[in-house]
Design a protein around this ligand. Structure first.
Ligand SMILES: *[C@@H]1O[C@H](CO)[C@@H](O)[C@H](O)[C@H]1NC(C)=O
Ligand SMILES: *[C@@H]1O[C@H](CO)[C@@H](O)[C@H](O)[C@H]1NC(C)=O
Ligand SMILES: *[C@@H]1O[C@H](CO)[C@@H](O)[C@H](O)[C@H]1NC(C)=O
Ligand SMILES: *[C@@H]1O[C@H](CO)[C@@H](O)[C@H](O)[C@H]1NC(C)=O
Length: 621
């Protein structure tokens, strides 16, 4: 079950030893599957902030890793040990092998989405013995064998999608009331049970099935709308579902009758299509919203309802949220708080959440903490930030201000941050970040910051670091958290040892453009060395990243500082990498006046990246 943002804001999950067990199970899963890395910060003791992991009351209740490039088979003792799991989504990966037998322990499981993988073996009957199971989607896999008759044990099941597998045998008699059903493109044979005859033809096509809504059984294919079995012809069914000789004969003989039948058939199809459009799709929505409503009402303590949500003023739909982007104005604060949410992370300006609406829209919500300016200044600041627009800036959608709560809604970036990409999963299955990708990220970020600086001479980003560089699907940089530093208390603003701060900065709320350039320089060095500026080792030695790079390049070859992952697959020379390193080093000059402007930096990076022969990015899919 998903929980709403509202619930998140109210509940503090208590860590328990069960959570440790969940953590171990997730780590086992991570080591068991290969493919694109699961960028989990394993130094964190709680798995609840890991990408795709959602907790409630101190246990993992949802694991969602759709399209995460995972392959290999699921290990026993992994997901099967997440005994409080309610939602599992691994759709559109390349996972293979059977569904592990210990999935039978997932007694709380309600939603199982495994479609679009290469799972094989039989559909385990125990899935239908899970008491809470509501939706099962195993479509587009390699499951074989029969559809177990145990389906009927799953009394709460409303969705069963099994299309595009290798299933054989008949469809069992179904006594439960399914609202969504699809077995198309398998190798099933026999007749469609009466209880399923109301589903559209497309739910059954691509099998050797007969009976309503398909052609009647017994009758041969040549007389599809013939009433009760009349035609006595062939008893032996052929493997192929092409037109049989009998059918062709039928068409040739009954030319006029055939035409009439054709018209009848067309008429029926039209009617059916209409029914498809109106009927089942409406049913489909009902259980979801009902469940969501139930979850919010039951899980939210009553007394807190009034705290975050100001009394609604009549008629004003989005008065509470102030929108920057008109086209996103399809939700209001209430809707936002009810959207299902997961924690994305805790940053210097506050925690971030991913909020998913039922109609499919996904946004990021930042809960700003320690806002120190009055409402008027806050609104002015936000309006000014909201008016900025650049392809490499994260788009702000809306904000909310009340005495207790300040929210900033922006577009959601599914690839996460550069920090996670660089320093996350270093183990097996990590996809190397190549030069083209890194140079592209550096250039995108430079352009965005340059744009900010061009607005007026006092506008700066104020908090440049790799966790604020988010990535689009095609690994383009999208800079976030810009311009918030002046409205946030300086005690909670970037701490001193974070490694990005220019030496002259004394007040985190007053970051000059030249201080931005310094931070950006550190970011370049991080991108090329693969070392985090907050890296333990660097700190213990008492040197920051710029000085470390300087000391190595003074004595040895500049290539010695490069991230081995960057140079390992490099076929051409390293000149461009060295040029970018020098740009980064010039940005981190001790004295602000010796640093270039962001406009200069952007131009230099453009030259570097244009002179590289841009091979397409192998990381993107
Ligand atoms: C999973 O649970 C089993 C049985 O409780 C336990 O023996 C095993 O160690 C657990 N696996 C992990 C990875 O924690
Ligand atoms: C489903 O229910 C039937 C009848 O109660 C029972 O015999 C069967 O074992 C159940 N299937 C599973 C997988 O529990
Ligand atoms: C379904 O196919 C199997 C194997 O090809 C065959 O044995 C069985 O008789 C078929 N059943 C029907 C109803 O056609
Ligand atoms: C069933 O799945 C197929 C894909 O195999 C799809 O084209 C069809 O629209 C689906 N039908 C229903 C009713 O879900």
């Amino acid at each position: 079950m998903k929980y709403s943002l509202f619930v998140f804001f109210l509940l503090l999950a208590a860590a328990t030893s069960d959570l440790d067990s969940d953590r171990r199970a997730l780590l086992l899963l991570r080591s068991g599957v290969r493919g694109r890395p699961l960028l989990w910060d394993t130094s964190a003791s709680s798995p609840c902030t890991w990408h795709g992991v959602h907790c409630d009351s101190g246990r993992v209740t949802a694991l969602r890793l759709p399209g995460a490039g995972l392959f290999g088979s699921l290990p026993v003792g992994g997901i099967g040990n997440l005994t409080e799991l309610q939602t599992l989504s691994l759709r559109f990966n390349s996972l293979s092998g059977p569904i592990p037998p210990d999935f039978s322990n997932l007694l709380r499981l309600r939603y199982l989405y495994l479609q679009g993988n290469a799972f094989s073996g039989e559909i385990p009957p125990f899935l239908f013995a899970l008491p809470g199971i509501i939706r099962i989607n195993l479509g587009e896999n390699g499951f074989s064998g029969r559809i177990p008759g145990d389906v009927n044990n799953a009394t709460r099941l409303v969705t069963l999608y099994l299309e595009r597998n290798q299933l054989t045998g008949p469809i069992p008699e179904i006594t439960i009331t399914l609202q969504q059903f699809n077995v198309s493109s398998n190798r099933l044979n026999g007749s469609v049970p009466d209880s399923l005859s109301g589903f559209p033809i497309t739910a059954f096509v691509g099998n050797d099935l007969c009976g309503k809504p398909l052609n009647p059984c017994q009758g041969d294919a040549g007389s599809p709308v013939s009433p009760p079995p009349v035609s006595p012809s062939s008893s032996g069914k052929k493997d192929s579902d092409k037109l049989s000789a009998g059918a062709i004969a039928g068409i040739v003989i009954g030319c006029v009758a055939g035409l009439l039948l054709l018209l009848l058939l067309l008429f029926c199809l039209c009617k059916r299509k209409k029914k498809e459009e109106n009927g089942p799709s409406r049913n489909v929505e009902a259980p979801v919203s009902a469940a969501a409503a139930a979850a919010t009402t039951s899980a939210v303590p009553k007394e807190s309802t009034a705290r975050n949500v100001p009394p609604a003023e009549s008629g004003a739909v989005s008065k509470d949220l102030t929108f920057f982007v008109k086209s996103f104005g399809e939700f209001d604060l209430d809707g936002l708080l009810k959207a299902s949410a997961e924690v994305l992370g805790k940053g210097t300006v506050g925690s971030s959440y991913k909020a998913s609406f039922e109609h499919g829209l996904v946004v990021a919500v930042k809960r700003l903490r320690d806002v120190v300016v009055p409402e008027k200044d806050f609104r002015e600041r936000l309006q000014s930030l909201g008016s900025m627009s650049h392809p490499n800036l994260v788009t702000l959608i809306a904000y909310y201000f009340s005495r207790d709560e300040k929210l900033l809604v922006s577009e959601y970036m599914s690839r996460g941050s550069l920090s996670a990409l660089l320093h996350g999963n270093k183990g097996n299955g990590r996809t190397p970040l190549n030069w083209e990708t890194r140079a592209g990220i550096a250039l995108g970020a430079a352009r965005a910051i340059s744009y900010l600086h061009s607005r007026d001479s006092t506008t700066s980003h104020g908090n440049i670091k790799s966790s604020n560089i988010l990535l689009s699907n095609s690994y383009e940089a999208k800079v976030s958290d810009y311009g918030l530093a002046p409205i946030i208390s300086s005690t909670s603003a970037p701490n001193r040892i974070d490694g990005y701060r220019a030496p002259e900065v004394t007040d985190a709320r007053k970051i000059s453009q030249k201080a931005d350039v310094y931070s950006f320089g550190v970011l370049i060095l991080e991108l090329l060395t693969g070392k985090s500026p907050t890296h333990q080792q660097l700190n213990e030695e008492g040197v920051d990243l710029p000085r470390w790079v300087q000391s190595i390049t003074d004595q040895q070859s500049p290539t010695d500082v490069f991230d081995p992952e960057l140079t390992r697959y490099q076929t051409e020379g390293n000149e461009n990498i060295i040029r970018l390193l020098k740009i980064g080093m010039s940005c981190t000059a001790q004295y602000p006046d010796s640093r270039p402007t962001m406009a200069d930096v952007t131009r230099l990076i453009e030259e570097v990246s244009h002179s590289s022969s841009g091979s397409p990015n192998p990381v993107s899919d």
